[in-house]
Design a protein around this ligand. Structure first.
Ligand code: ZN
Length: 185
């Protein structure tokens, strides 16, 4: 991402929405927005495969990471959506550290997204990295594009899920996962 070019575009945008980019409070805004975008969209230049470390384990019980924070931007309005992600998987021989699970979420969240795709990408990445018997991901988010405009539903939380392997094929496994993350099936 070319920060100078983005800053110039933000300056144009400020004019179009009726602002004066030369006024005191806005002088540094285009540069700030450009640096902020560089971070918020840094997922495009990161390969989750490079940051995941897996280690060998005999564990074959269900491993759960609850309440991983999610901050992303919706691709329809370029407004934030944010909430929590819960990941569960049954390892065969490989497990991932909890901090790395959070990094997987970040890499896919720091792009323009829809919540459904983000959920599916996280599940697929965990599956590919661990070769797990099954993976389940549930994401619950509030979308500013719904809260600030449009239907103005202030309290609606959107829930999406993606289940692979045994989490998909076996109702009992899926149920155990949902119970462990505090949801009823
Ligand atoms: Zn939106």
């Amino acid at each position: 991402m070319n920060e100078e070019r983005v800053a110039a575009l933000v300056e144009e945008l400020l004019k179009e929405i009726g602002e004066d980019p030369s006024r005191e409070g806005l002088k540094l805004t285009p540069g700030r927005v450009a640096r902020s975008f560089k971070f918020l969209f840094s997922g495009y230049t990161q390969d989750p495969k490079e940051l995941i470390t897996v280690f060998e384990s005999e564990a074959n019980n269900m491993i759960i990471a609850r309440d991983i924070e999610v901050f992303s931007m919706c691709e329809h309005h370029m407004l934030p959506f944010f909430g929590r992600c819960h990941i569960g998987y049954i390892a065969k021989k490989k497990v991932i550290g909890v901090s790395k699970l959070a990094r997987i979420v970040d890499v896919y969240a720091r792009r323009l997204q829809i919540q459904e795709r983000l959920t599916a990408q996280v599940a697929r990445e965990v599956m590919d990295a661990t070769g797990a018997e099954g993976v389940g991901v549930v994401i619950e988010c509030r979308h500013l594009c719904m809260m600030m405009r449009g239907v103005q539903k202030q309290n609606s939380v959107m829930t999406t899920s993606s289940v692979l392997g045994s989490f998909h094929d076996e109702a009992a496994t899926r149920m155990e996962f949902l119970n462990l993350i505090g949801r009823q099936a």
